[in-house]
Each structure stands twice: as C-alpha cells, then as structure tokens.
Design a protein around this ligand. Structure first.
Ligand code: S3P
Length: 188
C-alpha cells in the first residue's frame, strides 16, 4: 500500500443529499469532506446565486470546471459536486478519473420535498419547479448513470442509516481498487 487514499465523488441532482449524506459518509470513510460549490463561494467570496447573476450560467460553469480540475487532483477527499457538474464531457472525464463515483439517485417528487424552501439555487427559480426538475432529470440522469461506479437510490431514512448503508456497500469496492489507478490526470 502506498498510503494514497482514493477519493469518493458524489454526483446526482439538486436535493439528492450530496452535501448532507456526503458529510456523514466522509466521517465514516475517514475522508475530508469537500463541496465544489462551497469551494467556489469561498474562492470568489460570492454566493452561487450572485455568480449566476453577474456571470450567467456560462460563467459559473467555467468556474465549476476550473474548480473540478483542482479538486480532482487531490487525494483522500469526499467530493460533493453540483447537480450540473456532469453536463460537460470534459467534466465527466475529470470526475471519472478523479475517484470512485457514487450517483445518488432520487425522484423529482423527493427533490421537490427536500427543496421546498430553497432560495439558493438559481436553476430552481422557475414558476413550475416540477417541470424544470423533470427536464433537467431527462437530460442529466443518463449522464449520472454513465459515469457512476455505484448507484444508490435514496430512500426516506435517516442520514445516519443512509451513510452507514452506503459505506457498507462501497467499502469492499474501494478496498479492491488498485492504488495505481488513483487520479490518472493528477500527473498532468
Ligand atoms: C446546479 C446545482 C447546484 C449548483 C448550481 C447549479 C445544477 O448544486 O451547482 O446551483 O445545475 O443542478 P446542488 O446540486 O448541490 O444543489
């Protein structure tokens, strides 16, 4: 063993629990929890909403890609990504090479429940949220599935139970990963 720890990368739509489940799971796996959007907010000193307002979605996506480039070269992190991080083929390459990818799968119905009071997500500012999330799911769900090493369908159980179940499911797979596969692109 070289002591290099694999990253775990959480992907999935808004409101699938990437941040809340991710924090618990990181503790169980003894990984550092890192949230891509939060890192962007720290770096810019601006909220995601403000970045969208000032630079538009294209500006945000550019920043998101640069941040993913940085974060996926790290080791031993549990990386929570934004729901749209899988849209660009280049981002998908970064994520696939950057760690063990876990897709948190959920339904639009559950997203609506979880996000009912949310004002921090610019793409949710729509009159018909169900329609907006359904459209996003149609284009993005196949992309999440495409790069996932493991798919976990979230259910209505406690965060702790979810994290425990997820850990039990992926730990054997993490243990069997060859350490040389760590971050192909970290050597660029
Ligand atoms: C987005 C999801 C958000 C955030 C931004 C765009 C998306 O992250 O990156 O508002 O395109 O679905 P969460 O998935 O953590 O909400």
């Amino acid at each position: 063993m070289s002591g290099v720890q694999h990253n775990v990368i959480l992907i999935g739509p808004m409101g699938s629990g990437k941040t809340s489940i991710g924090k618990q799971l990181a503790k169980l796996l003894k990984l550092e929890f890192v949230d891509c959007d939060h890192e962007l907010e720290k770096q810019t000193g601006a909220s995601i909403n403000l970045i969208f307002d000032v630079e538009g979605e294209a500006g945000f996506r550019e920043r998101e890609t640069r941040m993913l480039e940085q974060l996926t070269t790290r080791n031993g992190i549990l990386l929570s990504t934004g729901g749209g991080a899988v849209c660009k083929p280049y981002n998908r390459e970064l994520l696939e090479a950057g760690g063990f990818v876990v897709y948190l799968k959920t339904s639009v119905r559950n997203q609506i429940k979880r996000l009912s009071h949310d004002k921090s997500r610019p793409l949710l500012q729509a009159e018909d949220r169900v329609q907006r999330l359904t459209k996003l799911a149609e284009t993005r769900n196949p992309l999440y599935s495409d790069i996932a090493d493991f798919v976990y369908t979230t259910r209505n159980q406690s965060l702790k139970m979810t994290a425990n179940e997820l850990k039990a499911a992926i730990q054997p797979q993490l243990d069997s990963l060859p350490t040389s596969e760590c971050h192909a692109h970290s050597r660029h």
